[in-house]
Design a protein. Structure first.
Length: 349
């Protein structure tokens, strides 16, 4: 067994996901025994006969995931994503704990730069989780789904078990490419899952950072995540509204003395959804928080016509083209002028 483990080392050193988990993909004892055959002449003839039965069998070509494995694979993806990728809030809390300078910067009203830096740090942490997720998912995929497992066993039997030491690494590189190609429908499914997750994660990360800033500044707020979507629905508010400051109760008492907030990392044409929400609910205005740095004056004017207050980076709000637009304000103005004025009203009640 020791010799077999020694020869497995190069497979790990290559850094290919496909070979991170031979111990899981193929029965450990069987696989190590096959490798030992190369270096131990005392291996029984019976084992050689077993190998010869499969080594000439060509690996199957698949263009899509077999029907009987599709549902199982989808459940596996969801399970691994839930278990091995932290929530945005968990990562944000970790970053603030490890980088306390951001806490002080926010209190010092350096919010725009802080949000920019935090988004980068949180995103990098998420990508680390995604790498771990990919590795573990590939491991579990080969341990639980017969098709990928069968393909790998055939390739190993055919291409590796008869090699000399000097040719092993070269052939492993080739095998990685062929194996990835033959199980590509599974890899494609994982890639789609990652793409969809990244799209939603970008927005959730921004939300989590903003809510963390509220907590740091000790601002009361209710979000859909905190009180539940049903609570917002009862008020006639749709899913486009993310939060209410200082609370849902205050909104019910006097909505024009609350801050109704929504967040979008990119505006494009999506701000029109916010305009539709204002029209439908008859709320006086919405604060639209964004990290989009490409806001034209014409778009800003359109949003002003729909009572949308855009909260953006300081350098965006105070840029030459937007500085005259009263509905475009910085995170600093929003957090240290607009919100305090609203909270002061309720504090005096």
């Amino acid at each position: 067994m020791g010799e077999a483990v020694f020869w497995l080392k190069p497979l790990y050193q290559l850094g290919f996901v496909c070979f991170f988990d031979f111990y899981f993909w193929i029965r450990v004892e069987a696989f190590c025994s096959k490798l030992l055959m190369l270096y131990n002449p005392k291996v029984t003839k019976n084992l050689k006969d077993i190998l010869n039965m499969t080594k000439n069998q060509p690996p199957p070509i698949i263009t899509e995931i077999p029907v009987d494995e599709q549902e199982k694979f989808e459940k596996l993806i969801k399970s691994c994503r839930s278990k091995y990728i932290r929530t945005s809030q968990e990562i944000v809390d970790k970053v603030f704990k490890e980088k306390p300078v951001y806490l002080q910067n926010i209190k010092n009203k350096e919010v725009s730069q802080s949000i920019l830096g935090l988004r980068g740090l949180v995103w990098n942490e998420y990508l680390k989780d995604e790498v771990s997720f990919n590795i573990i998912l590939m491991q579990k995929m080969h341990a639980t789904l017969k098709t990928p497992q069968h393909i790998l066993e055939l390739l190993v039997n055919k291409k590796i078990t008869e090699l000399k030491e000097k040719d092993l690494l070269k052939e492993v590189r080739s095998l990685c490419g062929e194996y990835a190609g033959r199980v590509f429908p599974y890899i494609y499914k994982i890639a789609l899952s990652n793409t969809n997750s990244r799209r939603s994660r970008a927005g959730k990360t921004f939300e989590s950072i903003v809510y963390k800033v509220y907590d740091i500044l000790e601002y009361d707020f209710d979000s859909q995540n905190k009180v539940g979507r049903k609570t917002f629905t009862k008020l006639g508010l749709g899913k486009k509204v993310d939060s209410i400051l200082p609370s849902v109760d205050c909104y019910e008492q006097r909505r024009n003395k609350t801050i109704i907030g929504t967040m979008k990392t990119s505006l494009r044409e999506r701000w029109q959804e916010v305009a539709e929400e204002i029209e439908r609910t008859k709320i006086p205005e919405i604060h639209l928080l964004t990290v989009d740095e490409d806001i034209s004056k014409s778009k800003a004017q359109e949003m002003a016509n729909h009572n949308i207050i855009v909260v953006a980076y300081d350098w965006v709000a105070n840029s030459e083209s937007l500085t005259s637009m009263k509905n475009i304000i910085s995170f600093e103005d929003y957090l240290f002028e607009e919100i305090p004025s609203i909270l002061k009203f309720w504090g005096e009640k």
